[in-house]
Write a protein that binds this ligand. Structure first.
Ligand SMILES: [Zn+2]
Ligand SMILES: [Zn+2]
Length: 350
C-alpha cells in the first residue's frame, strides 16, 4: 500500500510503499476512498501539543514513532475481513470511527472507550487514512453513510463529531439563550450548520476573518463578531443583553478562551474544544462569583457518531464546504490549513 507518512516531525510528508496488511481476528481491511485533513493533524505533524509556559506533550511521549501515517477522518470500502469479523461484507462502504480504545480496560468494557488511557486511535496513535488502505480493529467501528456523498461522509468522523459532541454539552439551552461559537473554520463551521438540530439557542459566531464570519451567517448564525477587536467583549455583552448562556471555543488560544469566559452571563457554560495551545490566565474568583461551568470536549463517542450519522442521513444536517485534493498533495493541504487558506474541509483522495 501507498501512504503519505511523517518521516521527520514537521517536515514534508513522504510517499512510501509498504505491504498491504492482511486482516487478522476481528480486523477489517478498508480501501480508503477519502480522508479529511484535520487541524489537529498540524500538531501531530509537528510532533507535539503546546501546553503553555514552555510545556509540551509530545507524540513520542504518547508512544507514536516515525514513520507515521496520519489521517483520522476516513471513509472507504471493505476490501478484506479477518476470520472473526462479523456483520460486515466485502464491498461495504463505511465511515471509520477512529477514536478506538484498548478494548480491555474498565472504561472500554463499559463502552466509555473515549476515556481509555491507552487508546488505539487511527491516525493519531495507529496508522491512519493518509493512505490507500487502513485497518479497523473491529467491524463495530464501521458506520453506514448511505445517501451521503463519500467526500463529505468522512468529515463527520472528527470535524462533524467534535462539533456535535460539543453542542450536545449545551443542548439544554432555551430559545432566548445565546450560544457563541468561536472559530468558524472546519469544526466551528460544522457546529453552526448543526446547531439548530441540537439546541434552540440563538447562535452568534466570533471569528477574526470576515469571510469566515460571512460563511457562518449564511450557515445560520444570527449575528457575528470580530473577536480581535479591542472592545469585542463589551460588544458581545451588549449583543446578548448581559452575556451568553454558553460559549464553545473551537480555537483554543488564550485570547479566544478569555473572550469566551468573559462573554458569559452568570451561570454560563464554557466548552473548550480547540487545541491551538498555550494557557488560559483566568481570574479564579470569576468562577465562583459568576458560578461558571468550564468543560472540555474531545471528539465524541461511538454512540454520538451513530446518532450524528442518523441525523445526517435523515437530511437534518446541512453539508459543510468540502474541497478534494490528491493524496500526494497532503503536505500542501496541511500548509494551506496552517496558513488559514481553507474554508470548510480539505479531503484527500488516494
Ligand atoms: Zn480531527
Ligand atoms: Zn481501554
Amino acid at each position: 500500500m501507498q501512504s503519505q507518512q511523517i518521516v521527520e516531525w514537521g517536515k514534508p510528508l513522504e510517499g512510501r510503499e509498504a505491504p498491504t496488511p492482511e486482516p487478522e481476528g476481528t480486523e477489517v481491511l478498508v480501501r480508503v476512498t477519502a480522508c479529511g485533513v484535520c487541524h489537529s493533524d498540524l500538531h501531530i505533524w509537528d510532533g507535539y501539543f503546546d501546553l503553555g509556559g514552555g510545556q509540551r506533550i509530545t507524540l513520542e511521549d504518547r508512544g507514536v514513532h516515525l514513520p507515521f501515517t496520519m489521517g483520522h477522518e476516513i471513509v472507504g470500502e471493505v476490501e478484506a475481513v479477518g476470520p472473526d469479523a462479523e456483520g460486515v461484507e466485502i464491498g461495504d462502504k463505511r465511515v471509520v470511527y477512529p477514536w478506538i480504545g484498548c478494548g480491555e480496560c474498565a472504561v472500554c468494557q463499559t463502552d466509555d472507550e473515549l476515556l481509555c488511557m491507552t487508546p488505539r486511535t487511527l491516525g493519531t496513535r495507529k496508522p491512519g487514512g493518509y493512505s490507500d488502505h487502513v485497518v479497523a480493529p473491529h467491524p463495530r467501528y464501521l458506520v453506514n453513510y448511505d445517501g451521503v456523498p463519500t467526500e463529505l461522509a468522512c468529515t463527520y468522523a472528527c470535524s462533524g463529531l467534535t462539533a456535535f459532541s460539543a453542542l450536545k454539552k449545551v443542548a439544554s439551552l432555551r430559545e432566548d439563550d445565546h450560544l457563541v461559537i468561536i472559530g468558524a473554520g472546519g469544526v466551528g463551521l460544522s457546529a453552526v450548520h448543526f446547531a439548530s438540530a441540537v439546541t434552540k439557542a440563538k447562535v452568534i459566531v466570533a471569528d477574526v476573518d470576515g469571510t469566515k464570519r460571512a460563511a457562518a451567517r449564511q450557515a445560520g448564525a444570527v449575528e457575528s463578531i470580530d473577536n480581535s477587536e479591542p472592545d469585542a467583549v463589551p460588544k458581545l455583552l451588549e449583543m446578548t443583553g448581559g452575556g451568553a448562556a454558553a460559549t464553545i471555543d473551537f480555537v483554543g488560544r488564550p485570547e479566544t478562551g478569555l473572550f469566551a469566559v468573559h462573554g458569559l452571563r452568570k451561570g454560563g457554560t464554557h466548552v473548550s474544544v480547540g487545541l491551538y495551545g498555550d494557557a488560559l490566565p483566568l481570574p479564579l474568583a470569576l468562577l465562583p462569583l459568576k458560578m461558571l461551568n468550564l468543560l472540555g470536549s474531545y471528539v465524541g463517542t461511538l454512540d454520538e457518531m451513530h446518532e450524528l450519522m442518523g441525523l445526517v442521513r435523515g437530511g437534518r444536517i446541512a453539508p459543510i464546504p468540502v474541497a478534494t485534493r490528491p493524496l500526494g498533495e497532503a503536505t500542501e493541504a496541511l500548509e494551506d490549513l496552517r496558513a488559514g487558506r481553507v474554508l470548510g474541509r480539505v479531503v484527500l483522495k488516494p
